[in-house]
Write a protein that binds this ligand. Structure first.
Ligand SMILES: NC(=O)c1ccc[n+]([C@@H]2O[C@H](COP(=O)([O-])OP(=O)(O)OC[C@H]3O[C@@H](n4cnc5c(N)ncnc54)[C@H](OP(=O)(O)O)[C@@H]3O)[C@@H](O)[C@H]2O)c1
Length: 298
């Protein structure tokens, strides 16, 4: 069982992709979401932490609406920066461990080399700025923190690229998908499992290996190639889809409110070496997510 060293684990983000995966892997955890504790409300979060006294916080909550964040910076900062800061300050005071997550969107997407943890950050959008601010908040605290930057999180039931493409593929014959943004689609249950494995390992160390680690499924792909692969896989698993053609388009032809980085590749070798993480290939995550998607429809 994961986290047997802890008596009062807390999962934050209840209905989110990563939080759901944590809740399944740590059934002994208390799980809170915005319907029970609004973490944008500092007083509510503080009161909850004081009352419940967790000894480890798995913070899977975030303001993840990338385009909406452009007009909602105050709320994005409250959830993505002020709340993690409060969790880290609580950890500093009580010794509770904090596991927190950030994003490839802290980088500007230039070049083709996979980003390393200490590469220069320069977010292109408000969501990225709010997440970067959350990174500073937790890393400058004296709490024991594992901070994982990840990318393109998906599962078979959440609101994400995979479920969106499959929904459209059921009714549309042609789909246009950008082919000039490259990254690692990361399956939430794999991310949760390896973060927990890393935390359990960290607890065995004489000095807790606090810091920033990149953690994504193995391999890189464009959104276009991911879409083609997942449509093929869904058909192989028996899905009936209307789609006949997937067309590659450039980001310039797909205007969104927030600009996305083109090079979203994260180099996960530090976590592999120091935390002994073993993330499977993204294709494995995709297969598992599609079977989850198929099961949810039966
Ligand atoms: N999704 C991606 O593609 C992606 C990419 C890179 C990094 N990340 C990072 O990975 C982590 C997990 O992301 P995810 O994909 O699992 O996100 P998600 O599915 O969007 O879930 C985020 C959850 O945060 C909770 N939340 C939001 N506002 C809240 C509030 N005011 N009070 C309490 N809870 C609140 C919500 O939980 P309830 O539903 O219970 O209210 C929501 O479901 C986040 O740190 C995210 O920034 C995600």
């Amino acid at each position: 069982m994961f986290l047997s060293a802890f008596k009062k684990p807390l999962v934050v983000g209840a209905h989110g992709q990563l939080a759901r995966a944590f809740a399944l892997l740590v059934p002994q955890a208390e799980v809170i979401g915005s319907d029970s504790v609004n973490i944008a409300d500092g007083a509510a979060l503080s009161a909850f932490l004081t009352r419940y006294q967790p000894d480890v916080i798995l913070n899977a909550a975030a303001y993840t609406a990338v385009d909406a964040a452009e007009d909602d910076m105050t709320r994005a900062i409250a959830i993505n920066s002020a709340a993690p800061l409060m969790m880290a300050e609580y950890g500093e005071k009580t010794g509770a461990k904090l596991v927190h997550f950030s994003t490839d969107y802290v980088f500007d997407g230039s070049g083709t080399r996979p980003w390393q943890e200490d590469d220069h950050t320069s977010p292109l959008n408000a969501y990225g700025v709010s997440k970067l601010s959350g990174e500073y908040a937790v890393l400058t605290s004296a709490a024991d923190v594992l901070l994982f930057r990840t990318s393109w999180v998906f599962d078979g039931v959440g609101k994400n690229f995979l479920t969106t493409i499959l929904r459209h593929a059921e009714t549309k014959e042609t789909l246009n998908v950008v082919n000039d943004q490259i990254g690692a689609p990361t399956y939430a249950p794999h991310l949760a499992r390896e973060a927990l494995r890393a935390l359990d390992g960290a607890m065995q160390e004489e000095i807790f290996p606090s810091g920033m680690y990149h953690l994504c499924n193995e391999g890189f792909v464009s959104w276009y190639d991911f879409a083609v692969a997942l449509i093929n896989e869904a058909r192989a698993q028996g899905a009936t889809l209307a789609v006949k053609e997937v067309r590659p388009i450039s980001s310039a032809d797909y205007i969104t409110k927030a600009t996305r980085p083109k090079n979203s590749r994260l180099d996960s070798s530090k976590a592999k070496t120091l935390l002994k993480t073993q993330m499977p290939a993204w294709e494995q995550g995709m297969k598992e997510a599609i079977s989850e998607w198929m099961n949810a429809r039966r």
